[in-house]
Design a protein. Structure first.
Length: 666
């Protein structure tokens, strides 16, 4: 009996192992397979590459299984033309999913609420689709392991729920470019590194818990208070006139009194009269100005045309009425009365003259510059840059240098060297002015501003959409400019390559600016954050830069062009992670396409070229200088990439013809 029953138990066990256990596994895997096939029949796309003759879905493109549990754990289907609604009943079966990436498809309708069955889900990438409706409430209580959640570029609406607080492991929360409305709840997610709700319909103040996030994470809404520049209305800061108006409005609801109506009419008439008077005075002033500047005359206008810098605005006056004179005249007037010996122009006569380079005979003189109206373009490491509109209509960029440490002869020698540089990808330095009190550099004004402003927005302005062709063209132009500088000798480097020093022409061609300035002001400061993101790891003293350090900075600039992320992105920096490291780790995890700017992913068929350019960027940003290519090599590699793109040119298609889904709305 003993032996008999033991044998029976063994046989039963064997039967169970052979029949039920695999059947159980197969049942799970078979149900995963069935779910995937349902997904395919619902939303199609290139899932057609899945071969149904294979019993296991684990080898299907985009599908990953766990070897031990034999279950589907990851589904990567980015940009494979999936479209339509995902019905309920699919994710209810894919219960072991850890990663779900359906980025950049055309999926629409609400997010299926049975995603709540995927209790192990860590990464949910749904950006660049047309999902709409609310983010399902039930997911807040089930997806507790979520680490990355990207819903950007969809049509999700409703309020942003405080339920997001339940995702305590969340590190990335991208909700930008949706239709979320209402106010932002207090989100206290301890590990949240990357957060973005820009370009929704949100309003109110940014909750305290999120104020450390950069301004860019909130723009494109109606937020007020920190970190945005808009001041929130309070009892204190609402001007009394507004309160009166509010009172009036209240009365208005009850019907306006006769007195109020009379007041409004009289007020309006008076306002109109004052406005007309002002306009009249302004017109008179202009006429006087024109007649008094006859001496600028036709010949100077012709010179201005030689420079090709006609004003963008007809008036030629600065936008804020500030004038170069106001900024610099004080110093210069003092210098001209202070004595002839302080030196002025190149003639050494003490006359306060601008010194022009490359046979640009005196197109305008210091007086003209002093009379020009100007607008501050920005404050940089070396001083303040102004846009100056001369009376002849010509526009120039003037840099007032601060903290010049070199002697006058040394200054003149160094600036002559800079002025002699002549390449289509460098911002031309036209002239300079040197006196004891004032050092000015005059450049051609570039109407499109810097690459940094275009990529990340500037002065409250949004991002400018830049497609692959423009970005790769900018990369090539900038590389050529730096290569040209490096061709002047081993010791010649720029030392401050970054996106705000890549200035763009009207046709969006890149020109490198600020070359040679570090030598005049005794080098770059050692700590500013905005330079730090571009600085090569071996550069401990910013005054000791090298060509290989320029190559590194250029690599970071390329990464910025490809990812759309600023290397000094506060979110990345908070973690101490820099752009090259972030890109390298993402690529290592085989999520290469995760790094590209959303806008670039709209263009099919160039992804291969984007990956090639990414490789150039990664090589440039190599940790050890010896492993980095030379700028000449970089230029020819970018040229190759561009050539390949152009050959494919005819095939380049816009995956997503709906511009509102990506950054076009920025
Ligand atoms: N020639 C130019 N034409 C048009 N805009 C310019 C020109 N030169 C500079 N700018 C603008 O002026 C701003 C300030 O420039 P500046 O070079 O002084 O500082 P920066 O580039 O921000 O920093 P850094 O001094 O460290 O290089 C830049 O962001 C750029 O947009």
């Amino acid at each position: 009996m003993g032996i008999h029953s033991a044998t029976t138990i063994m046989l039963l066990l064997l039967f169970y192992i052979l029949v039920f256990l695999p059947a159980g596994i197969m049942t799970d895997l078979a149900s995963d397979r069935a779910a995937l096939l349902s997904l395919r029949s619902a939303v199609g796309g290139r899932t057609l590459f899945w071969t149904t003759t294979q019993q296991t879905p684990c080898n299907w493109p985009g599908v990953q299984c766990d070897n031990t549990t034999n279950r589907v754990t990851a589904l990567h289907l980015p940009g494979v033309s999936l479209s339509g609604r995902i019905p309920l009943g699919i994710f209810g079966n894919l219960t072991k999913l850890k990663t779900l990436s359906l980025r950049f498809n055309a999926l629409s309708g609400p997010l299926p609420s049975d995603l709540s069955s995927c209790l192990d889900l860590r990464n949910l990438y749904l950006q660049g689709n047309r999902f709409s409706g609310l983010f399902p409430e039930n997911l807040f209580s089930s997806l507790r392991d979520l680490v990355r959640l990207n819903l950007a570029g969809n049509n999700f609406s409703g309020e942003i729920s405080s339920g997001f607080n339940n995702f305590t492991r969340l590190r990335t929360l991208y909700l930008e470019n949706n239709q979320f409305s209402g106010s932002l709840p207090d989100l206290n997610i301890p590990n949240l590194e990357q957060f973005n709700v820009s370009f929704n319909n949100l309003n109110g103040s940014v909750p305290k818990s999120l104020r450390s996030k950069p301004k860019e994470s909130f723009i494109g809404n109606s937020f007020c208070g920190s970190p945005l520049d808009e001041i929130c209305p309070t009892k204190e800061n609402v001007p009394p006139a507004v309160s009166v108006d509010l009172d009036r409005n209240r009365k208005k609801k009850n019907g306006l009194s006769g007195g109020a109506i009379a007041g409004i009419v009289i007020g309006s008439v008076l306002g109109l009269v004052v406005l007309l008077l002002l306009l009249f005075i302004l017109c008179r002033k202009r006429t006087t100005k024109k007649t008094s500047s006859v001496d600028i005359g036709a010949s100077k206008l012709t010179d201005a045309e030689v420079l090709g810098e006609k004003p963008l605005t007809g008036s030629g006056t600065g936008s804020n009425g500030f004038s170069v004179a106001a900024a610099a005249a004080a110093a210069m007037t003092t210098s001209s009365t202070a004595g002839v010996n302080t030196g002025g122009g190149a003639d050494g006569s003490g006359n306060k003259k601008l010194v022009f380079f490359r046979n640009s005979s005196t197109i305008f003189d210091l007086e003209d510059l002093l009379r020009a109206s100007a607008e501050v373009l920005g404050k940089g490491t070396f001083g303040t840059a102004y846009k100056a509109v001369l009376e002849a209509g010509m526009m120039v960029a003037v840099k007032r240098l601060k903290d010049v440490t070199v002697s006058e002869p040394e200054f003149r020698e160094k600036i002559e060297f800079v002025g002699a540089m002549n390449h289509e990808n460098l911002v031309p330095l036209r002239a300079y002015y040197y006196s004891k009190e004032e050092k000015l550099l005059v450049y051609d004004y570039m109407p499109m501003g810097s690459l940094s402003a275009l990529l990340h927005g500037n002065k409250g302005g949004g991002r400018t959409p830049l497609n692959w062709e423009i970005r790769s063209g900018i990369a090539l132009g900038a590389a050529r400019g730096i290569e040209y500088l490096h061709s002047h000798g081993q010791d010649i480097s720029h030392g401050n390559i970054k996106s705000s020093n890549v200035i763009l022409t009207k046709s969006l061609e890149a020109r490198i600016s600020d070359f040679g300035l570090a030598n005049l002001v005794g080098g770059l400061p050692s700590t500013p954050n905005r330079v730090a993101g571009y600085r090569a790891p071996e550069v401990t003293d910013p005054r000791r830069v090298s060509q290989k350090a320029d190559v590194y900075s250029f690599g970071v600039l390329l990464l910025e062009l490809l990812t759309g992320k600023a290397p000094t992105h506060a979110l990345l920096n908070e973690e101490g992670v820099d752009l090259p490291r972030w890109v390298q780790s993402t690529v290592k995890e085989e999520w290469t396409s995760e790094v590209f700017d959303l806008e670039l992913l709209r263009y099919q068929n160039v992804e291969e070229d984007m990956v090639q350019l990414l490789q150039v960027a990664i090589d440039c940003a190599a940790q050890y200088p010896d492993n980095r290519p030379t700028m000449a090599e970089v230029t020819s590699r970018i040229q190759e990439v561009r050539r390949a793109s152009l050959i494919r040119g005819g095939e380049v298609q816009d995956v997503d013809p709906d511009p509102d889904r990506v950054h076009e709305s920025d």
